[in-house]
Design a protein around this ligand. Sequence first.
Ligand code: KAL
Length: 257
Amino acid sequence: MNNLMSGKNVVVMGVANERSLAWGITKSLHAAGANLIFTYRKERSFQKLSALLFEAEITPLLVVSCDVSDDASIENAFLEIKQKVGKIHGLVHSVAFAEKDELHGEYVDTSREGYLLAQNASAYSLVAVAREAKKIMTDGGSIVTQSYLGAERVVKNYNVMGVAKAALEASVRYLAEDLGKYNIRVNAVSSGPIRTLSAKGVSGFNDILGTIAEKAPLRRNVDQSEVGDATLFLLSSLSRGITGEVLHVDAGYHIMG
Ligand code: KAL
């Protein structure tokens, strides 16, 4: 337990189950004394989230429905947050989606529809959410999103998501410039591969983990608690001089040739 976030209201988007990066982040934020607000899209995620919060003895300030690919849904969610909580100091964007069909084979075969869907849900969603969050971050704040190495390099099968993450990371930089004048910082964590619901059904995921364990400087993989603590750092005043950054939490793998 530390007091890094006491008195701070933080919105967490993207808890689907106990393996979610957003759940690791929730645990770090809770241990740091943050007041937490959650958004969910699927009813199934709401039920999972409610059970997880109960088990972890976390009492949220608020849980609201929010579909990040729908502007009206985002506006409604942030209006409700404003009405019930007032201002916020932090936002965690930990959502992404691409059609399964686009996540294997060759990138050259990506359909227009699949490309736009991945960009919409995984990259534009940060822009739309930042615009609403800004209105209630009246004391300044910090926004953190989640990325992956596939934004910078070609990673087999990541395909359309790699291009969406590249747009997400570029958005972090443009948003950092726009929101900096309001003392709102915008950063990303680029974590190593972690077995989450998004990684489910990915053939060869064990091989990916094996490569990291062999080649990363720390000779191991990372977990949700490490992503959680790094995200906490970026949300807290400890990182007050940092914005527009992509922080790799990957046991150092990205530095290797
Ligand atoms: C190279 C890696 C292997 C995996 C390849 C692609 C992973 C893409 C991530 C993307 C977010 C996954 C999906 O959108 C899956 C979706 O089509 C089906 N799943 C769902 O609908 C579930 C139920 C919901 C909860 O999932 C979502 N996302 O809504 C990348 C690996 C090594 C690292 C990973 C997993 C990166 C990442 O971006 O998650």
